[in-house]
Design a protein around this ligand. Structure first.
Ligand code: UD1
Ligand code: CA
Length: 448
């Protein structure tokens, strides 16, 4: 049987003073992705037919960041129930299931939404519950003897007896759209916060004879970010999950706890990663490649059987082929390095193309920036660039060429040419001894 359509509504209009930030809370990042980006991704992965985000007034930065996802402005924010009221027009005509997610709760999984969605086929309203170590601030889920959900009471409004309930509201809810619009205007702000609580929908639905159910999630998954401390906790939880996913996917991690991943890191089976490696967003690495200790890799693709590091930096636009070697203190930016090419020590390769099996000597620099513009370097296949060479871009070194160590090359090198650009050597017989003698005479005169 086909599932009912799903409309995802992400609430993000609340003030977030505790972050002490000029940046809207949900634009802070976990695993290299904004909090709201995680939530929207989960909505998409769960097969949402539509996505909307409820934002406050003056949240243009947020609206721009999530473009083209439509936003609904809630001005002023009067509670989670009011936020959903504001979406009535945007969801007019929709009669499937509405899922309410919070923009600051980034670690929920599509699997959990799937479980809730399956439950929403049987029940009119489904709440995602969890059992936190410290339930104090959360709304409590009140169940009857049959385990059916009867009400949600906010901590502030709960009786001492209700406060002993350890099953709490994560804030994530799914409900039938028609039911929602039939009840939601009945919400009242007659409570301790003076807000319209979305959670009151549960008792109202029960009163109207509807069924309400609870699905439980782990506390990790529904962790909400309200402060920098929460952000750090969320990052650690994200990393634990990412490390586990990598290990299960056939990646070797020598010291998992010291490796940091991004939300989209893609490592093929049989990639091996040493200690203290950081993967920024946009990294794809093919099978059999080894990333040695202390590498920083971002926006880069690496082929199979390559060896990167230790201490290498791959920046956005680095495209490395199969069997490439990039060694210690080598930085590659916006450069294609073809199969079998090597840069093993102390080099900068930027805005460049390096051909197959070419060897870049220690200390080689592509001088790509003249203070005004960036220029590119093209090095062909089978080239050997000697140590401490500066290739001043724009420049091209054709296949099979050989550039002598210490050269500063400012114009093109043709195929199979041996190029050496340095000052002529001059040997002065006994010159060093004469120099020393002259200096010590001078010193004697100065001191006399
Ligand atoms: C809410 C729940 C509580 C639950 C807790 C889980 C209600 C009444 N309470 O409480 O049961 O245990 O989350 O963390 O729902 N928002 C808006 N507009 C508003 C108010 C809030 O968009 O007018 C957004 C916020 O940006 C946030 C989310 O809704 O993303 C939750 O709001 P928040 O004020 O943090 O709710 P809590 O009081 O924590
Ligand atoms: Ca909250």
């Amino acid at each position: 049987m086909a599932l009912k359509d799903l409309a995802v509504l992400v609430l993000a209009a609340g003030k977030s003073t505790r972050m002490k930030s000029a940046v809207p809370k949900v634009l802070h990042k976990v695993g290299g992705q904004t909090l709201i980006g995680h939530v929207l991704g989960v909505g998409r992965d769960a097969g949402a037919d539509s996505l909307h985000v409820v934002v406050g007034a003056d949240m243009d930065e947020l609206t721009a960041a999530i473009d083209p996802i439509p936003t609904i402005v809630q001005d002023p924010p009067r509670g989670t129930g009011h936020a959903v009221q504001c979406a009535r027009e945007a969801l007019a005509g929709f009669d499937g299931t509405i899922a309410v997610l919070f923009g600051d709760t980034p670690l929920i999984t599509p699997q959990t939404l799937d479980t809730m969605r399956a439950e929403a086929e049987r029940s009119d309203l489904v709440v995602l519950g969890f059992r936190p170590d410290d339930p104090s601030a959360y709304g409590r889920l009140v169940q009857n003897d049959n385990g059916e959900l009867e009400a949600i009471v906010e901590a502030k409004d709960a009786t001492p007896e209700q406060l002993t309930i350890d099953l709490c509201n994560s804030g994530v809810m799914m409900f039938d759209a028609t039911l929602c619009w039939s009840l939601i205007d009945g919400l009242s702000d007659n409570n301790k916060s003076g807000e319209l609580y979305l959670t009151d929908l549960v008792a109202m639905a029960r009163m109207a004879g509807n069924t309400c159910a609870v699905v439980e999630a782990s506390a990790d998954e529904v962790l909400g970010v309200n402060s920098r401390a929460d952000l750090a906790v969320a990052e650690q939880a994200f990393q634990r999950r990412a490390r586990q996913r990598m290990l299960e996917g056939g990646v070797t991690l020598l010291d998992p706890d010291s490796v940091y991943f991004s939300w989209d890191t893609a490592l093929a089976p049989d990639v091996s990663v040493g200690p203290n490696v950081v993967f920024g967003p946009g990294v794809t690495i093919d099978t059999g490649t080894s990333i040695e200790a202390f590498c920083h890799i971002e926006g880069a693709r690496v082929g199979s059987g390559a060896r990167i590091g230790p201490f290498a930096r791959l920046r956005p636009g680095a495209e490395l082929g199969d069997e490439v070697h990039i060694g210690n203190f080598v930085e590659v930016k916006k450069a294609r390095v073809a199969d079998g090419a090597k840069a093993n020590h102390l080099a900068y390769i930027g805005d460049a193309h390096i051909g197959e099996k070419t060897n870049i000597g220690a200390g080689t620099i592509t001088a790509n920036y003249d203070g005004f513009n960036k220029h590119s370097t093209h090095v062909g296949a089978g080239v050997s660039i000697g140590s401490n060479t500066v290739l001043v871009a724009p420049i091209s070194v054709a296949d099979g060429a050989l550039v002598g160590a210490g050269s500063v090359v400012t114009s093109d090198v043709t195929q199979d040419t041996l190029t050496v650009v340095r000052a002529e050597r001059r040997d002065i017989d006994n010159g060093a001894a004469r120099f020393r003698a002259a200096r010590s005479n001078q010193k004697r005169e100065d001191n006399s």
